[in-house]
Design a protein around this ligand. Structure first.
Ligand SMILES: Nc1nc2c(ncn2[C@@H]2O[C@H](COP(=O)(O)OP(=O)(O)O)[C@@H](O)[C@H]2O)c(=O)[nH]1
Ligand SMILES: [Mg+2]
Length: 440
């Protein structure tokens, strides 16, 4: 989904991660790249302008610039702003307090209204609702057939709206409401006519239906592949008939993202679901936060960053490196480093997100052996306090005891002691790095 936009933004994120310090000049470059990525994805120009201005104001804040991890802070700012553009929080569809709830689907022809009707019906059944489907697309007889077929496939009831009945539309709609209530349906899904373009006649017709039914949800169904066209027509529908929700379809295709990233800002109406395929189960609840992370290619990496910020005290790491250089580093320090590394969990994923400066420089791409960390921790755990503080006293019989206590072979205890000695004697600037690289 949104591959090209995703690729471009991820490049900027990598750039920001690689920069030790966020400065006015590299931030300007990053913002330029973000702007280009958005414009290329067909995002509304005004949305892009606002987005850029907000990121800039936040990112060039002194507190961010002075922080230990400015690149990551900026990534978080970009992610938060992306979320804001997508709608910030999940907004579920509303059901009426007294049944039946009426959902009316509107949109241009071919946007996916009829298919989405089926998808929503299936979703509602999963929520223990009892839906009835009806189509008002009277201009095209095939539209009635299409929804009837879909209802049949889903084994759900379909209300026949005959041409004769529609000659008196007001009565037809009143009859529909009575039928729905009398048969105990708690959800009425109303499919409507579409046109290739927004036109007055269609708007009047939809307004008439809406006034007669007072739906609790008026849902605009937009084809995400059509980009800004979907946004423009959504705006027209919002102004003319009023919308409560948006469902974007065909996000399984090669939509560039422009519709998803503009439509909420332009219309003020939230996206509630996305269509990701032709089948009825290809409807996903829309989560702005997940979508933002997905676009930035982060998955749950952002939570990893947050974790890293909370749990890796960069200052502490630097202090360790200093002690190491001065030969004060003992097995207690060693163990606390192991624990810190372990606490952060997925080591591999994390390394790329540590600030690429100071003790962590050049660590990206290293492979660490987490099992070995555990074994070493067990061995250190079997040492006495004196042994940890002064490893010189660990003679042959102590090694044997430690090996038994930790359940590791003596050879491994020896190996650890050797590595520890090597480390202490390194005393170079890169000492801390070498310590980490000894786990590779
Ligand atoms: N790939 C894909 N196709 C979809 C999706 N939603 C609808 N379609 C297809 O889009 C076409 C038009 O859908 P339809 O429901 O008839 O649109 P309507 O004119 O608005 O009622 C059909 O071929 C659908 O199968 C979707 O989320 N993904
Ligand atoms: Mg249709």
């Amino acid at each position: 989904m949104f591959d090209q936009l995703s690729d471009r933004l991820q490049k900027v994120m990598r750039f920001l991660r690689g920069e030790g310090k966020v400065t006015e000049s590299n931030m300007t470059e990053a913002l330029k790249q973000i702007r280009l990525a958005f414009l290329e994805a067909d995002v509304n120009y005004k949305v892009v302008k606002d987005f850029e201005a907000r990121i800039k104001a936040k990112a060039l804040d002194q507190a961010v610039l002075d922080s230990l991890t400015p690149g990551q802070q900026v990534i978080k700012i970009v992610r938060d702003e992306l979320m804001a553009v997508l709608g910030t929080t999940d907004k579920p569809l509303t059901f009426a307090s007294a049944p039946p709830s009426i959902f009316m689907l509107v949109g241009l022809q071919g946007s996916g209204k009829t298919t989405t009707c089926g998808k929503l019906a299936k979703w509602a059944v999963g929520k223990s609702r009892n839906p009835l489907l009806v189509s008002f697309d009277l201009k095209r007889a095939a539209a009635q057939d299409q929804l009837r077929t879909i209802s049949g496939q889903l084994h759900l009831p379909f209300y026949e709206m005959t041409t004769a009945a529609m000659a008196k539309p007001k009565t037809a709609l009143a009859d529909l409401l009575v039928y729905t209530r009398n048969h105990g349906y708690d959800l009425l899904l109303v499919d409507t006519a579409g046109r290739l373009h927004v036109d007055e006649e269609l708007m009047d017709e939809l307004k008439f239906v809406k006034d007669a039914l007072s739906p609790v949800e008026t849902i605009y169904v937009g084809d995400a592949m059509t980009g800004q066209d979907a946004v423009k027509s959504a705006k027209a529908f919002a102004e003319r008939i009023g919308l409560t929700s948006i469902i974007l379809t065909k996000l399984d295709g090669d939509a560039r993202g422009g519709a998803a990233l503009s439509i909420v800002a332009v219309t003020g109406v939230p996206i509630k679901f996305i269509g990701v395929g032709e089948k009825f189960d290809k409807l996903e609840v829309f989560h702005p936060d997940r979508m933002a992370s997905r676009i930035l290619g982060m998955g749950d990496i952002l939570s990893l960053i947050e974790k890293a910020e909370q749990e890796t005290d960069v200052k502490e790491a630097e202090e360790m490196a200093r002690r190491l250089r001065r030969q004060e580093f003992d097995f207690e320090d060693f163990r606390s480093q192991l624990r810190q590394i372990k606490k952060m969990g997925a080591l591999q994923g994390l390394i790329g997100h540590l600030p690429q400066t100071g003790p962590f420089k050049n660590l990206a791409g290293t492979q660490l052996d987490e099992k070995r960390l555990l074994h070493y921790e067990a061995i250190i755990g079997s040492m006495t306090v004196e042994e940890r503080a002064d490893p010189k006293i660990i003679n042959g019989s102590r090694r044997l005891r430690i090996a038994r206590g930790s359940g590791r072979p003596v050879s491994e205890v020896n190996q650890l002691l050797r590595q520890f000695q090597d480390m202490r004697s390194m005393m170079k600037k890169s000492a801390f790095q070498k310590m980490l690289s000894s786990f590779r």
